[in-house]
Write a protein that binds this ligand. Sequence first.
Ligand SMILES: [Zn+2]
Length: 534
Amino acid sequence: MTSVQLYDTTLRDGAQREGISFSVVDKLHIAQKLDEMGIRFIEGGWPGSNPKDIEFFEKAKSLALSNSMLVAFGSTRRAKAKAETDANLSALANAGVKAVTIVGKSSELQVTQVLETTLEENLSMIADSIRYLKAKGLTVFFDAEHFFDGFKANRDYSLRCLTTATEAGADCLVLCDTNGGSLPNEVTTAVEAAKGVTAIPLGIHAHNDSELGVANTLAAVNAGVSQVQGTINGYGERCGNANLCSIIPALKLKMNIDCITDEQLAKLTEVSRYVSEVANLTSDAHLPYVGSSAFSHKAGLHVSGLVKWAQSYQHLDPSQVGNTQRVLVSELSGKRNIIYKAKELGLNLPPQGKEAQKLLEQVKLLESHGFQYDNAEASFELLVHRAKPDYQPLFELVDFMVVVEKRRRQPTRESLEEMLSEAMVKVRVGIEVMHTAAEGNGPVNALDQALRKALLQLYPSLAIVKLVDYKVRILEESIGTESQVRVVIESSDGVEQWRTVGSSTNIIEASWLALADSLEYWLLKHKERLPGKV
Ligand SMILES: [Zn+2]
């Protein structure tokens, strides 16, 4: 079995997608997930280009990565300048990582038209920059930008860029299809030519503008590259980058190329959905391998085939990539999923018992109302508990009222207008009913404050629970402000983090449900430590 090193650039190139804006915390979370899945290299960002990325590399030092190595990204030195005094290169050298990637032009036209310098100066920029970083003891990957387009126009010059980088001591030359316009056969030809001029490992970095990002990557691997760059879910500028969620299973399951373990591959679907959630993008149901519809079967003929032979209408066993088959007419598979999920949470449901059936019906009903539990396991766990006949809720929401008001502090001065939110809640704990009111900087914040005010009287330890993230997703985009919305809240007590979900056509109600679940979940988990006032 040959092997390939996986290189993820979701945090740098992936973040270029319109609509994505990862916070430093988001990036740290994603890096952790990629590490769990065994990605060899994680490109964390461009420390020379923005302070957020410098902060990421600073904070990333405390990440305990067991499989991955963080890589900082930058570019070759400026034209007619010195590598030693280049701010971007020194940011790379000071990022606190052991490996860096620098991008440099490898196309004649890009050098003359865009960089506006001479072909010789570009070669010096490549050589000087690599030598500088090698002298700092770093592993250096060279991204040969526009390599394939350059190769088509002036083959000799593009190959000279590679030999220059080789002589300067680069550890891997990554051939980039920057504009994403190449075809697989062109990639094969160019990779073979590159192999003819250098003995050091080659890599591939493909974009998806011709919907060939994955195909071009696999063609390059077949032609002999050993580093594969891409992003989770194919996120990236324009039409995206080569999608690692499709590349990884193709390499491992179809080409028999080692890149991650079987157990790590089984996390692929989870990682895909996790990253889409953090990116606050709806996870695409129809993504190959990892989409929720990738193995769903509706046609009667297919279903009857599947009953006889599981793989009759599937190209692989979905569990290999952590996905599940969905037979839309079968209740049985749903019940098994529920039992399986409950078991993962350490809750045993007897397969023949009423609880599993009740829970299944509940989940189906709630999912049809917009709830989704893939990314809100705390809410799912609560559902499992609530399905038990002897479950005693730690509190019950009786009702609430929220007032949002726009006021002027002084009638003559418009600049002093302010928005005021106030919430009143009624909560029952045991036989006691409590009324509280609180103000907040918005309706959800006011509700949160009022609910806490009530519960803190009985459960003071709840004070450590903080809301760390709040995301709202519109579920039916065409209906505008009348749409069903899903709210996912992430909470933390400083040790553990958990996510809860609420859904409604009313954003306040959706938020309220997610908030209440968040607090009930924590109370349930720490029941033993609470005063016996339940
Ligand atoms: Zn790129």
